[in-house]
Design a protein around this ligand. Structure first.
Ligand code: FMN
Length: 189
């Protein structure tokens, strides 16, 4: 299936990119096509007009490109850090630029932090946002503690426990993605 990773840190010393690469690798190992949307590369402006509010053909190229990736995706993997108990602003900014692209598809939350709690407070806040956008999150989340020490630069897990734990998350996400794909094929409300 086709999935998009929405990642949200633009810090120079960002660590979460390693978690995003880990998730990308793991879903690709299962045969899925995964596109990582990186706000540092796409350089979206702070929200003024949402993508759909631009007159035809006038949206920035990066926005058009992201819209196409999101439209093609059959599910969204949200990789979020935790800044002051909430999602990073670049992640929220990216998510808010789009709307219709998300509808009737599942999302899964991968949260991380430098400490022990794995960004779970940001994940809890995000559930509301994702539901509002029509991409309700699956029950299982994938929290990652000590993100800076948990993966190498290519996203390989240092602790093998992550390789085992991610299997359940993937299986559940696939189930929802397949179920909603089937349901969308019969029409949407
Ligand atoms: C503005 C800011 C706020 C933070 N707030 C929290 C927090 O509330 N809880 C936490 O566990 N870590 C917090 N941290 C530490 C982050 O978990 C850690 O820096 C992590 O690497 C950030 O993700 P990034 O490197 O992908 O940007 C904060 C970091 C920053 C920069």
């Amino acid at each position: 299936m086709k999935f998009a990773i929405i990642y949200g840190s633009v810090r120079t010393a960002r660590q979460g990119i390693k978690a995003a690469k880990f998730i990308k690798n793991k879903f690709e190992e299962k045969g899925h096509q995964v596109t990582l949307i990186d706000p540092l590369e796409k350089k979206l402006p702070l929200l003024d007009l949402k993508y759909e509010e631009f007159p035809e053909g006038e949206a920035p190229a990066s926005m058009k490109e992201i819209s196409k990736i999101l439209t093609d995706a059959e599910g969204f993997l949200i990789v979020t850090g935790e800044y002051n108990h909430d999602a990073p602003p670049a992640l929220k900014n990216m998510i808010d630029h789009f709307m219709r692209e998300y509808l009737y598809k599942p999302s899964g939350i991968i949260s991380y932090s430098a400490g022990s709690f794995g960004g779970v407070r940001a994940a809890t806040h995000l559930r509301d946002v994702l539901a509002e956008l029509g991409m309700s999150s699956i029950p299982t989340t994938f929290p990652i503690s000590k993100v800076q020490d948990s993966f190498d630069e290519n996203g390989n897990a240092v602790d093998d426990a992550y390789n085992r734990r991610v299997e359940k998350f993937i299986k559940e996400f696939e189930w929802y993605a397949e179920a909603l794909k089937e349901a969308r094929s019969k029409g949407t409300p």
